[in-house]
Each structure stands twice: as structure tokens, then as C-alpha cells.
Design a protein around this ligand. Structure first.
Ligand code: FAD
Length: 447
């Protein structure tokens, strides 16, 4: 029996903890919050297939309608564009606190121990290996540490260079996100569409959404730059002008938290260490939805740990987790991250014009909504962009931006075979350098 530490009660860490404990190992989760304070006060949506992958049962009440997103452009003359409903994947909607509580209960049933109210400060390293964690309650040792501390992980950010794990994220790697619900004013005009993504604030790097629920209105304001109170108040004013049914009474939420919207770490593992979930930037880069990826990654990591019957938990044995992650999720996640990279430099006006000129049609959106998005990105998107570029001769600047995406996707497909299927330090160094250099190079034109 091995002793495994899970740092942070994030989704990936909890799934891994439960499965590893079920296999007979001793697992302790160290979480900075008290149990009742775990998780944001908000509803999350994610794909049902992730629960099947992680073999987690859920109540029928989790099932929700698939979100039908309407993009609201800058120009009032330009029509809004509503994405047809995806018939491809089923959506679950969970309250963050309730879902985390359910996962914690499942962990306890599996024998996982919890130390709530314990802040992890840094990794403890002996030679080339992570051997434990330093916390505000003392130092704790284990055979392996799973980092599930989220985007600001104090473990990932303090690993030494020779472990090859990127410590910090860069400016456009996260969206600073305000999320809250307000009362819904039924006596005011109601919006035609339920789920509106607003691309009105030209010059702002980011987006906002207004989602109308039964009794409340869900507001999200996301910025690549940090935003001031003035910026926030201006945006709220703009949203209330557009949607007078947003009340003044805040019902839940109201925090600003960073969501990673970037490619996953090039290297997820070191001797005695593996990162999973937001600590390894495993989100769906366009939207920052990371719960599905986290549940799947937690499952892959647990299976890798359980299969390491000698209890080595070193780069060699943990590389199988990294290999599976990249093959099943990571490479597709990278393609989405590449496309996201153009968001901060395509202006709201350009998107507006695209809608106005019929450059994107709802038939095209319908086609994409009904095939797997990852497949679309891999196989169809390049042809679509090429077709659009042909008709964009009158707008050379925007044409160049779209052309940039094709070049990036092409360069990435050349890079993919450099991924080592087995751990070999030289090969991993080569992979890490190529991967990080590539993402640095496509960031440069916009920063
Ligand atoms: C506003 C917002 C809306 C989102 N909406 C969605 C959505 O609708 N669907 C979706 O799929 N995803 C959504 N996400 C993303 C989602 O939250 C994450 O991708 C997902 O939770 C996976 O993250 P995680 O579990 O790895 O990390 P986190 O959720 O960040 O969990 C990390 C855990 O570690 C703990 N921790 C942190 N530091 C320490 C420390 N020093 N010591 C001990 N414990 C520590 C934290 O308290 C927390 O419990 C949203 C994110 C935000 C911010």
C-alpha cells in the first residue's frame, strides 16, 4: 500500500483520490478551505460523457438542456447569430458546491482522509523527487503528490527547473472572470434568446454573457487584462441597457477568479509528482470549461498510479498518464488553444462585420454543432477558413489574421509527432522546448 497526497480538493484530484483509495492505497487530501466553503457559489455546465468516463453515477436532476448560444454583435444593424443546438453531446448542469460535496462523500466512502483548512505552501523535494508538501500545519511526506490546487498552484509554481514543468502562466493565458447572478425583473422587457454572448465592447479583450434563468440572470464578464471597478461598472451599465430585466439585487457569486484558457502544460509529471485539472491548464481554451477534462484526467492519472504495481511513481511510470492525456484530450485541446489565440486580436467590429456580411451562416454553425467539435477542429476548420479567406479580398487585415490560424494549425501538426510515447529525458526536453517555443511564437504577434 502506498501513501498518496492530493493537494487541493479540485475535481481532478478528488476523482483520482477516490479511485486510488478504492484500489487500496492510503490517500490524504489537503484543502485550504473548510469543507462547507469548498467550491464557488455557481452553476456549471459540462459534458455528460466525462461522468461515464470517470464511472460516476449522477442523479437525473443533473440533466439540462444543451445551451443554445446567441452571439450579439457590436453593430446594431448586424443580426445576432444563434448557434443551433448541438445534438452531439449531452449537457449536465450542477451546482459547484453540491457536486464537490458529492465527490468528497464518494472519496470518504472509498477511505480517503481529508485535512480541510490546511494551506499547501510548497513542494518538499529530495534529490530529483517530490517527496511531500509543506503546509501551514507542517510538513507531510508521501510516495507521490497529486497537484489539484488549481491555476495558482503553489506546487507547480515552485518546482525546480530540472523538472521541466512550466511554473507560471502568461498574460493571455487566463481570463479574469466575474460571475454573479442577479434577480430577474419580470416587469421589464425580456430577451428573445436565453443565452447571449455579447461582443459589444469593442477594444476590450474579452467577452460578457447574459443568461436568463427562471428567476435570476446569470452574468459573466471576462477580461484578458485585469479590470478596474470603472471598467466593471461601465460593462454592467452597458449590459443593463441592453437587457433591462437584469435586477440590482445580487443573488449569488460576485468573485473575480482566473480561468485558464491556454494549452495544457508540456510536461505534467515529475518523479513523485503529477498535475491534473487547472493546475496543469486542462481547460477547453475557448470557454475555460475544465470540469469534463478534469474528471477524465483524474481517471487517467488514477489508472496509471494503480497500474504502477511497483510503486515507483516516477517520470517513467507516470508518463503513461501524460501519454494518454495528450492522445485522448491534449492534442485536441491544443488546437482549440491555437484558435483561441486569435480572439484577443480579432476585434468585435470584425466579428460584427462577419455576421453582417453573412460570412458565417447559421447553416455552417448547424453543421459544426452536430459533429463532434474536436473532429471539426481537426478535419474541417482549415477548409472552412480557406473558403472564407477567398471572399475576404476586400479586408486584407482580417484575411491575414485568418490565414495566421491556418499556418499555426499546420505548424502544430508538424510538432505533434515529436511527442515521446515513452519517457526518455532527452526526448522529453526536445518535446517541451518545441511545444513551448511554438506557443510562445504564436503569442508574440498579439502581446
Ligand atoms: C467563474 C468560473 C466559471 C466556470 N464555469 C465552468 C463551467 O460552467 N463548466 C466547466 O466545466 N468549467 C467551468 N469553470 C472551470 C472550472 O472551474 C475548472 O476548470 C475545474 O474546476 C477544474 O479545476 P480544478 O478542480 O483543477 O481546480 P479548482 O476548481 O481551482 O480547485 C482547486 C482546489 O484547490 C484548493 N487550493 C488552492 N490552493 C490551495 C492551497 N494553497 N492549499 C490547499 N488547497 C488549495 C482550492 O480551494 C480548490 O478547492 C469555471 C471557472 C470559473 C472561475
Amino acid at each position: 500500500m502506498s501513501e498518496i497526497i492530493v493537494a487541493g480538493a479540485g475535481h481532478a484530484g478528488l476523482v483520482a483520490a477516490m479511485k486510488i483509495a478504492n484500489a487500496g492505497h492510503k490517500v490524504i487530501v489537503y484543502e485550504k478551505n473548510k469543507r462547507e466553503d469548498c467550491g464557488l457559489d455557481q452553476w456549471d455546465c459540462f459534458a455528460e460523457h466525462a461522468m461515464e468516463y470517470a464511472e460516476i453515477c449522477f442523479p437525473e436532476s443533473y440533466r439540462a438542456e444543451n445551451n443554445q448560444i446567441t452571439f450579439v454583435p457590436l453593430d446594431e444593424d448586424a443580426p445576432s447569430l444563434t448557434m443551433p443546438e448541438s445534438r452531439n453531446d449531452k449537457t449536465l448542469k450542477v451546482h459547484r458546491k453540491e457536486f464537490l460535496n458529492r465527490l468528497i462523500d464518494m472519496c470518504i466512502d472509498a477511505g480517503v482522509e481529508f485535512e480541510f483548512g490546511t494551506r499547501v505552501i510548497s513542494p518538499v523535494i529530495l534529490g530529483s523527487r517530490v517527496v511531500g508538501i509543506e503546509t501551514d500545519k507542517g510538513i507531510f511526506y508521501a510516495d507521490m503528490v497529486i497537484d489539484s490546487c488549481g491555476v495558482e498552484s503553489p506546487l507547480r509554481s515552485k518546482l525546480p527547473d530540472f523538472m521541466m514543468i512550466e511554473n507560471d502562466y502568461k498574460k493571455l493565458d487566463v481570463l479574469n472572470t466575474y460571475r454573479a447572478t442577479f434577480d430577474r425583473l419580470m416587469d421589464k422587457p425580456q430577451p428573445v434568446n436565453r443565452y447571449n454572448v455579447i461582443l459589444k465592447d469593442d477594444g476590450v479583450k474579452g467577452l460578457s454573457w447574459v443568461v436568463t434563468e427562471k428567476n435570476e440572470v446569470d452574468i459573466l464578464i471576462a477580461r484578458f487584462d485585469s479590470f478596474s471597478d470603472d471598467d466593471f461598472n461601465e460593462t454592467m451599465k452597458m449590459l443593463r441597457n441592453l437587457y433591462p430585466h437584469i435586477g440590482l439585487k445580487k443573488c449569488s457569486g460576485g468573485e473575480v477568479t482566473p480561468i485558464p484558457v491556454r494549452q495544457p502544460l508540456a510536461v505534467l509529471v515529475a518523479d513523485g509528482y503529477a498535475a491534473a485539472g487547472d493546475s496543469a491548464f486542462m481547460t477547453y481554451a475557448v470557454k475555460g470549461s475544465g470540469i469534463a477534462y478534469s474528471l477524465m484526467a483524474g481517471t487517467m492519472l488514477a489508472e496509471t498510479v494503480i497500474n504502477d504495481t511497483e510503486g515507483l511513481y516516477n517520470c517513467d511510470s507516470l508518463w503513461e498518464y501524460e501519454r494518454r492525456f495528450f492522445k485522448e484530450i491534449g492534442f485536441d485541446a491544443c488546437r482549440i488553444a491555437i484558435m483561441k489565440n486569435c480572439l484577443p486580436y480579432i476585434t468585435a467590429k470584425e466579428i460584427s462585420d462577419m455576421f453582417k456580411n453573412g460570412l458565417i451562416t447559421s447553416q455552417e454553425l448547424e453543421y459544426f454543432a452536430n459533429i463532434d467539435f474536436q473532429t471539426a477542429v481537426k478535419t474541417k476548420i482549415i477548409q472552412l477558413i480557406k473558403d472564407k479567406i477567398r471572399v475576404l479580398n476586400g479586408n486584407p487585415e482580417f484575411r491575414a489574421k485568418l490565414l495566421g490560424i491556418i499556418v499555426w494549425l499546420g505548424r502544430f501538426s508538424v510538432l505533434e509527432p515529436a511527442f515521446p510515447n515513452r519517457y526518455n529525458r532527452e526526448d522529453v526536453i526536445r518535446w517541451k522546448n518545441k511545444y513551448n517555443d511554438f506557443f510562445d511564437s504564436i503569442r508574440k504577434p498579439i502581446e
